[in-house]
Structures are given as structure tokens and as C-alpha cells.
Design a protein around this ligand. Structure first.
Ligand code: HEC
Ligand code: HEC
Length: 358
């Protein structure tokens, strides 16, 4: 039963965005530059320009994280994690018809974030400081939901559907989880009573936390070892590269643990061609063996590949994506980690070009 439910969810994790974007084939803006992931760099209360969401390079506030002079270092760290590393805002903020995030509903939850063909919906949830959001939750309850995928309710604990990547966030440090909660406490309340999701998305138990021992380590003699270790945390523990760049399977592990970072996950988000995540391992034929760390930094910050072609959504890169707001040092740490990944041969057709050609 668990197996079956997980299979339904992993295959369709981004269908909701397709519902938002596929209604109008000649409006490329509909995808918002990034399906499950934010196309804004804006932080709480700071509206995104969002004018041309379809073209990641076409504008946007980009670098977010600007919470104002009153933001404490802890809150600023949480803001950065929520908006640029963990990409919470991507999945928890509804989109305007243009595809840009609706900043009046920042973090207020997305109805039908995942929609099955039979109409069943999984909704993401309201994280704002309203009674319909997290206002009446204790810090401990919020942390349990984010890291363990357990929602405490009056009638007992309910496991969350692992479209919410708590099995990755399980490995967020105590300091960073405190920062995330501190930031969430500053998010203006939005009244939005998200309805219960369809029973078909119920899972009998929370997915297994990602075992840190299976996350690849840079070799001892890797030249940029310390940087790569910092990048490992940002790519696979506090951040979600590992989730999109690994094929999902139908077990409680969610990810194919012997294919971590080898790409091949499909994202049916309503583009003319279905984007498939790239093999990020150092395999020289099928992975990023011939990319430099700087090429990877450039891809994250500007949204273009090593040949200057735009990356397709849902890769949340470039000025309109979450990663456009990464600190350059963090982007380099992530790049060094990616360069350290042992090769896995997995051929992924890169057929998606951005912006899409009509
Ligand atoms: C890939 C999309 C995605 C990302 C990224 C994501 N979430 Fe979620 N989140 C969801 C979905 C979908 C649910 C609802 C799951 C369910 O109801 O079973 C959810 C549920 C939650 C809940 C439970 C709330 C409640 O009241 O039940 C919390 C808290 C939460 N997310 C916080 C976060 C935080 C904080 C981050 C970033 C660190 C984050 N999420 C990143 C999709 C996402
Ligand atoms: C929401 C899913 C998602 C997340 C999160 C994500 N990616 Fe991607 N990524 C993709 C997809 C899909 C593609 C393929 C895009 C295309 O075909 O144009 C891609 C492409 C790339 C490419 C280009 C590779 C090539 O051969 O052209 C790089 C580099 C990359 N991602 C690195 C990362 C890193 C590093 C992270 C974490 C910081 C990350 N991605 C997070 C989905 C994602």
C-alpha cells in the first residue's frame, strides 16, 4: 500500500504546475520559470516584479534575502534558507496566471499542488502566522513537521506525503532549523484554510529519512575538500538538488539510493518537451565530467548551461529562480561538491531548451 501511494506521488510531484501552465500553449510565461520551485528571489513582504516570469533571464528581483535592517542574523539565515536553499517558498506560494509567485499569498499554501488525472489533489500548506497557518503551532511541532514529516493533530500524529521533502530536511542542523522557524514567525499572516488533501495522498507512515551515510562524500584527496563538504550540506541536506536530480522509486526511501545525483527524473509540467533532470555526477560521457566548477556556479546563478543555453524549469536557477539568490560562495561550495561526485553512468536526453521554441 505504501509502495503504491508513493508511486502515485513521486511520478506526479509537479503536475500541479502543469495544471497552472498548460492551459495556454503560447504563453511561455505560464511556467513561471520554475515549476515546483520559486521563480522569485523575493523575501517575505517584498513583492516580486514577476513581469516576465517565463524567461528566467528577463528580470525579477533575483537576489532576495533582503529582509530589511530589522532582520536579526538568525531570521536572515532562515529567510535565505527558505527562499534560496531549501526552496520552501516555491512549493508553498501560489502563482499568478503569469506564473510569477503571488506575493500577497507568500507561503500561504498552494491548492492542488499535485493533481492526479482523476482530479485528486495534494495541497501544500499555509506556513504563515495566521490561525489557518502555523500561528498556533509550537516551535517543536513545526520542526517535527519539517524534519520528520509528522503532523500532530487532535486525533493523533499524521504522516505527511513525501512530496514535502522532509526526508531530506531531516538532516538540517539544529541551528538552521531554528533559523527557519524564526523566519517563519516573521511571515505576515494570510488567512487561507487549506482543505484536506485527497485520501489517495495519505501515506501509512512517514518516508524514511535520508541516511547521511549514503550521501556521497568527497574523496579525501579532493582538492577543494572543505568547500565540497559545505556544498554537500547545501545540496543534499538543507537543500534539494539531491531530490530533483535523483530518480524516485516506489519505496519508503523515495529516492533510488544507488543512483543519487545521476538524474533522469521526469517533470511533466506542461512544456512542449518534458524536462528531465540532468546527471550531475562526474561521469564524462553522461554527467558533468567536462564542466568546471565555474560552469556550475554560472548555471545556478544565471540559469544557462556551459554552452550558453537556458535551463528549463523546474530547475530553479537564474535571476527568477531560488538559486539566483544563492551567495556566490555557497554556489561555489555546491559546485565543488558536484565536481566531487563519483561517476555514475546514466544517459539523460537533454531535449529541453529555454525559452521554449514555438
Ligand atoms: C517540493 C515541494 C515542497 C517543498 C520544497 C517544501 N514543501 Fe512543505 N509541504 C509540501 C506539501 C505538498 C505539503 C503537504 C503534505 C501533506 O499534507 O501530506 C507540505 C507540508 C508542510 C508542512 C506541514 C504543515 C501543516 O500544517 O500540516 C510544513 C510545516 C512545511 N511543509 C514546511 C516546509 C518548509 C519550512 C520547507 C522548506 C524548508 C518546505 N516545507 C519545503 C511541499 C513542499
Ligand atoms: C525542482 C527540481 C530541481 C532542483 C531542485 C534542482 N534541479 Fe538542477 N535541473 C533540473 C532539471 C529538470 C534540469 C534539466 C533542465 C534542462 O533540461 O534544461 C536541471 C539541470 C541542471 C543543470 C544543467 C546540467 C546540464 O547538463 O545541462 C545543472 C548544472 C543543475 N541542474 C544543477 C543543480 C544543482 C547544483 C541543484 C541544487 C543547488 C539543482 N540542480 C537543483 C531540476 C532541478
Amino acid at each position: 500500500m505504501l509502495v503504491r501511494t508513493l508511486s502515485a506521488l513521486v511520478a506526479t510531484a509537479v503536475i500541479a504546475m502543469s495544471a497552472c501552465s498548460s492551459d495556454d500553449d503560447d504563453t511561455p510565461a505560464g511556467t513561471g520559470g520554475s515549476a515546483g520551485k520559486p521563480s522569485t528571489g523575493g523575501s517575505a513582504g517584498k513583492p516580486s516584479t514577476g513581469g516576465s516570469a517565463g524567461a528566467p533571464e528577463a528580470g525579477g528581483t533575483g537576489l532576495g534575502g533582503e529582509g530589511g535592517a530589522t532582520e536579526s542574523p538568525l531570521v536572515a539565515r532562515g529567510d535565505y534558507l527558505v527562499n534560496h536553499v531549501a526552496a520552501c517558498s516555491d512549493c508553498h506560494t501560489p502563482r499568478l496566471p503569469t506564473g510569477a509567485p503571488d506575493m500577497t499569498q507568500y507561503l500561504a499554501g498552494v491548492e492542488c499542488f499535485v493533481k492526479l488525472e482523476n482530479g485528486d489533489c495534494l495541497h501544500s500548506r499555509n506556513l504563515t502566522n495566521d490561525a489557518t497557518g502555523l500561528k498556533n503551532r509550537t516551535d517543536a511541532e513545526i520542526k517535527t513537521m519539517i524534519r520528520d514529516g509528522i503532523r500532530p493533530t487532535d486525533s493523533g500524529d499524521v504522516p505527511l506525503n513525501p512530496v514535502m521533502p522532509y526526508y531530506v530536511f531531516h538532516n538540517i542542523t539544529d541551528e538552521d532549523i531554528d533559523a527557519i522557524v524564526a523566519f517563519l514567525r516573521t511571515v505576515p499572516g494570510v488567512e487561507h484554510d487549506v482543505p484536506p488533501s485527497a485520501d489517495s495522498f495519505a501515506v501509512p507512515a512517514a518516508a524514511n529519512p535520508l541516511d547521511p551515510d549514503v550521501i556521497p562524500l568527497p574523496a579525501d584527496d579532493f582538492p577543494e575538500h572543505a568547500s565540497a563538504m559545505r556544498g554537500r550540506y547545501l545540496a543534499a541536506e538543507a537543500g534539494v538538488c539531491i531530490e530533483c536530480h535523483t530518480q524516485h522509486d516506489m519505496t519508503a526511501d523515495v529516492l533510488k539510493l544507488d543512483m543519487l545525483f545521476a538524474g533522469g527524473e521526469e517533470f511533466p509540467i506542461g512544456l512542449p518537451v518534458t524536462p528531465v533532470s540532468a546527471n550531475l555526477t562526474s561521469d564524462s560521457d553522461t554527467g558533468l565530467g567536462d564542466w568546471s566548477a565555474d560552469d556550475i556556479v554560472k548555471a545556478l546563478l544565471t540559469g544557462v548551461d556551459d554552452e550558453g543555453n537556458g535551463l528549463c524549469p523546474p530547475m530553479p536557477s537564474g535571476p527568477m529562480g531560488a538559486f539566483g539568490g544563492l551567495h556566490p560562495d555557497d554556489a561555489l561550495d555546491i559546485a565543488n561538491y558536484i565536481k566531487s561526485l563519483p561517476p555514475i553512468s546514466n544517459s539523460v536526453d537533454d531535449m529541453c531548451s529555454w525559452p521554449p521554441t514555438p
